[in-house]
Design a protein around this ligand. Structure first.
Ligand code: FE2
Ligand code: FE2
Length: 401
């Protein structure tokens, strides 16, 4: 390449370089000293190596950032009745070409959901009582998504490595999308949207107030498992198919602590600090009374909230053990404790109740979502089947509707 290079004064530019080097040594040296007393450089960025502190960690980037971009879904496509305009021109062309290949029945299905008849569809499919029950259940996670957005944004500033930051950036983006899309979806149902229960408030606030990567426990282990449970339970229902996309995203978020700590392991103290262990316990236990609060709404759509809670707790226990978030009480004992709590509640509230294994249940519907969870939790390694009870109840309810 031919450039018309300009003449410069070599002496002056060399002096400029020397001055910069001296000021750099002074500033960096001062920052290093200040860091010993809690001050110093704020950005955990390693400009000498062109990396964030923690290194490249490309495999973390590939498992989360790259995969999230491959699986990125657009609200305009999945919630066409909403006011989102997030598809590119090329995506719109591709979708209209793909539509040509559908048969008449499939096209009617797409057209139906693309029109302003969404409200008519849900009013036809559900009674007002059923609609309100579904919105009450979705509100739990609607508010949870707002906290997931805030928490992941803070974890993004606390996490290490270029790969870790790329992974968290995608989670922030996806939680933002979850909140605004779920909000739009829920508002279309013309129901009251309740505040969250005090049990959920405690878990979410304590998660946001947790320090550093400990936030992964409250958010990616506890709350994400609740979210997967709710999306997995509702994603097969008419007008709620978009929740399958949420379920897919949340499964990636749930895997993030495992992949992150696999690259940059927690210290012994981080795993076993008595304060952290106690704090984790106080974030799992509010799930017990929360299931009692949900009983009425879940019963309306044919789901036993204690089965839902049992499945959720089993998955949380599995994940926390895999990641190394210890909680004083071993998972096997914790599961029995919660199972006993659910049976005690049921023996008071359900005439003729006989003791059951609520922690063996599962309320996830649909083959796709079950397959995702199977991969994630290896739940069925013992050949155990998803409980048929909840599925049967949903089918009975659909037939009756
Ligand atoms: Fe989310
Ligand atoms: Fe999430």
């Amino acid at each position: 390449m031919e450039f018309n290079a300009l003449p410069i004064n070599e002496n002056v530019t060399n002096n400029v370089k020397r001055v910069e080097s001296a000021v750099n040594t002074a500033v960096r040296g001062y920052e290093k000293l200040a860091s010993l007393v809690g001050g110093g450089r704020k950005g955990p960025y390693d400009d000498k190596n062109f990396e964030f502190v923690g290194g490249a960690r490309d495999s973390l980037r590939m498992k989360h950032y790259d995969k999230s971009l491959r699986l990125l879904w657009k609200a305009e496509h999945h919630l066409p009745q909403g006011n989102f305009r997030d598809m590119t021109k090329d995506e719109k062309v591709f979708m209209s070409q793909a539509k040509q290949t559908l048969n008449k029945k499939e096209r009617i299905q797409i057209d139906r959901f693309s029109s302003d008849e969404y409200k008519e569809l849900i009013n036809r499919e559900y009674t007002q009582e059923q609609k309100q029950a579904i919105i009450n259940i979705l509100a739990i996670i609607g508010h949870g998504e707002a906290y997931a957005w805030m928490v992941s944004a803070e974890v993004l500033t606390d996490c290490k490595s270029t790969g870790g930051r790329a992974a968290l950036t995608m989670q922030v983006l996806e939680e933002a999308k979850h909140f605004v899309v779920l909000r739009e979806l829920m508002l279309a149902w013309d129901c009251d949207i309740p505040r969250f229960t005090v049990w959920e408030y405690i878990v979410l606030e304590r998660t946001l107030k947790s320090k550093g990567m400990e936030k992964f426990f409250g958010m990616n282990v506890v709350v994400e498992n609740v979210a997967m449970g709710i999306f997995g339970m509702l994603g097969e229902l008419p007008g709620l198919e978009i929740l399958k996309m949420f379920h897919l995203d949340e499964s990636r978020h749930t895997a993030l602590p495992y992949n992150y700590f696999d690259e940059m392991p927690m210290t012994w103290w981080e795993k076993n600090s008595p304060f952290a262990q106690f704090r984790r316990l106080t974030m799992v236990l509010p799930a017990v009374p929360m299931m009692a609060s949900l009983e009425k709404d879940m019963a309306i759509i044919g789901v036993d909230s204690l089965e839902f809670g049992g499945a959720m707790l089993r998955k949380i226990a599995h994940m926390k053990d895999r990641v190394g978030f210890n909680t004083f009480i071993p998972s096997s004992v914790l599961k029995e404790f919660v199972n006993d709590g659910f049976n005690l509640y049921a023996s008071y509230s359900r005439p003729g109740h006989t003791t059951r294994r609520f922690v063996e249940a599962d309320t996830v519907m649909g083959e796709d979502m079950q397959a995702i969870e199977k991969e994630l939790f290896d739940l069925y390694s013992t050949g155990k089947k998803v409980t048929e009870l909840a599925s049967r109840k949903i089918l009975d309810w659909r037939k009756a509707a």
